[in-house]
Design a protein around this ligand. Structure first.
Ligand code: ADP
Ligand code: MG
Ligand code: ZN
Length: 568
């Protein structure tokens, strides 16, 4: 149906172009019109010699006399000119002036040409008609070994490997097989690289498309392209399908076009049409998982989510090492130093620093890449950012470190049974500047005091910022924490009847309840502030450690506390 409409449009446009050309040709062949003065025209009009006048807004008007000769005369631009013409018995046609007319014709020609060109380009790429070649359908030569760092993400991908290779095996056990995997993380973190590595490792063809290619396509083309992509993959038997930048087609529904809607629906229906024996997985990548339509992330679709974070310090060393392998690096170049200067750099950026350094060394005709080349490459990389930008990134890192150190310290002191897994100032793919992860012991009942401590831990990030900057200059980084603390305080009051001051479990009005919850929050905040100032030295050490190592664990946090023993 859609294709039929398109065909009609294209035929109509071609016809219009031909007609336009014919009209232009015909016009140029027409006998030249005789130009007469306005009074002469009026004379002819009153004597009934004018048969037809074409009214336009242009400077000269054309008319035909009763013998069929064309005349032109200056447009009098009179308000009731038409009224006068009609009274005289001449017939009046009205259309846009010649200039405008030509403009319209020209626009039609251009539009037609553009449409045909676009259509051409599309069929060059192979859809419409024989519809559909993915950009690539060979087995990539990349393996998991080519991906440095990203250990957790790679681990999840390894799980998929044996499934792609032998789906029958899983079938026998009635296992529901993961079909759709969403890789999310900032640009340049290696999502495409890992998708290719999965296909390379499994030794199956890799079919890749980019969501951005589907934008501004004609209705129906995207959908048929998706269908043909899957058809090809099925033909190959076992395969990896990769949809890069899926946000271009999978954004939340509010402002999606018809075309995207159809493309997305085609994708979803293809994914639900997998047969058990197909050894196909579909990987998609996005920088912004929070902007995606939930329909995409539901069970049976892209229900496995793998975060691909920015590399931390150690991981940067590994990535740099991989990319330094095929380059003649001088002995004195320290990849460790380079890693520590490149906080928040993605894998792609790290690769390009080394590449830039290699180019500089080659220009110098040097034997190897020296520290000097690396430093200059870094300068080039940072050139786009002005001093101020760099300074403010540094400042943000400090604030994040102080904030996360606050959570960590308070967890260690107030919730000693919790297990601190990781404290980090590496931003996550979900928009957090840093995080601290602690696992609380599983328990049936929670005590009032313990719950208060949880509130204090949650508010500890903000309190730490206040300690660093003064309470007037805290950041917006704590909004999540405050939400968490508030909802806990509300539950304490509403569900568990816990009040800060009395044993009374009955509160009669909403405002009484709100007041009680507020008191809990205030108590939690004060507790956080007092612990932070008691352990200020330990908190500062944790902050400093986070700034240099970026991610630390329980061990480091405990060491900072022990080194600043306040009982001594
Ligand atoms: P994304 O798809 O997440 O935007 P890419 O996979 O396109 O990122 O990464 C671009 C390039 O950056 C890769 O081709 C590779 O050279 C380099 N790179 C990124 N992450 C890594 C990594 N973990 N290990 C090795 N190289 C990496
Ligand atoms: Mg990519
Ligand atoms: Zn926080």
């Amino acid at each position: 149906m859609q294709q039929k409409t398109q065909r009609i449009i294209s035929i109509a446009l071609v016809a219009l172009m031909c007609m336009t050309l014919a009209v232009i040709k015909w016009r140029s062949q027409e006998m030249p019109a005789q130009h007469i003065t306005y009074p002469a025209f009026l004379e002819k009009l009153t004597s009934g010699e004018i048969a037809e006048v074409n009214l336009t807004t242009s400077q000269t008007l054309t008319a035909k006399d009763t013998e069929g000769h064309s005349l032109t005369f200056d447009n009098p631009r009179m308000d009731n000119f038409k009224h006068m013409l009609l009274l005289s018995g001449a017939s009046v046609t009205e259309n846009t002036g010649d200039a405008v007319g030509y403009a319209v014709l020209l626009a039609a020609v251009l539009l037609g040409a553009f449409y045909l060109k676009k259509k051409n380009r599309q069929s060059e790429r192979g859809f419409i008609g024989s519809i559909g070649h993915a950009k690539e359908s060979t087995v990539p030569s990349i393996k998991f070994d080519d991906v440095a760092a990203n250990e957790e993400a790679l681990e999840s991908l390894r799980d998929l490997l044996s499934f792609i290779q032998s789906p029958e095996h899983y079938n026998r056990f009635g296992a529901r097989i993961p079909r759709g995997v969403m890789l999310y993380g900032m640009p340049g973190t290696g999502k495409t690289l890992m998708a290719r590595a999965l296909a390379g490792e499994a030794g199956v063809p890799f079919f890749a498309v980019n969501g951005a290619d589907f934008v501004e396509m004609y209705v129906g083309v995207g959908a048929s392209r998706i269908r043909s992509l899957f058809k090809q993959a099925r033909k190959a038997g076992n395969a990896v399908i990769f949809i890069d930048e899926i946000d271009a087609i999978g954004k939340k529904r509010d402002n999606r076009s018809d075309e995207r809607e159809q493309t997305l629906n085609a994708l979803l229906s293809e994914m639900s049409g997998f047969r058990d024996q197909d050894g196909i997985v579909v990987l998609a990548a996005t920088n912004r998982i929070d902007t995606l339509d939930e329909a995409l992330l539901r069970a049976g679709r892209f229900d496995r989510h793998i975060e691909v974070p920015l590399p931390g310090l150690e991981e940067r060393v590994k990535i740099l090492t991989v990319h330094a392998q095929n380059k003649p690096m001088a002995k004195d170049v320290s990849l460790k130093d380079l890693a520590s200067q490149t906080a928040l750099f993605s894998g792609a950026k790290l690769e390009s620093v080394l590449n830039e350094a290699a180019i500089l060394a080659a220009k110098r005709n040097a034997e190897s890449i020296e520290t000097e080349d690396v430093n200059r490459a870094m300068d080039h990389m940072l050139f786009g950012m002005d001093r101020h930008g760099i300074a403010s990134i540094e400042r943000e890192r400090e604030i994040t470190a102080a904030h996360e150190a606050g959570h960590a310290l308070l967890t260690a002191i107030l919730l000693p049974e919790s297990n601190i897994k990781k404290v980090s100032i590496v931003p996550t793919g979900k928009g957090a500047a840093g995080y601290s992860m602690a696992i609380a012991p599983e328990r049936m009942f929670h005590q009032k005091q313990e719950l208060l401590h949880h509130i204090a831990v949650a508010l500890g990030g903000r309190e730490a910022e206040a300690l660093l900057l003064g309470s007037e200059r805290v950041s917006t980084g704590a909004s999540n924490d405050i939400e968490k603390a508030t909802s806990l305080a509300m539950r304490m009051v509403n569900e568990w009847g816990m009040l800060p001051q009395s044993d009374d479990v009955y509160l009669f009005s909403q405002s009484q309840k709100d007041q009680a919850a507020q008191q809990w929050l205030k108590l939690g905040q004060n507790l956080a502030a007092s612990v932070l100032s008691r352990y200020a030295a330990a908190w500062e050490d944790i902050t400093a450690m986070l700034l240099s190592l970026e991610s630390i664990g329980n061990h480091e946090v405990q060491a900072c506390i022990a080194n600043n023993d306040i009982s001594a």
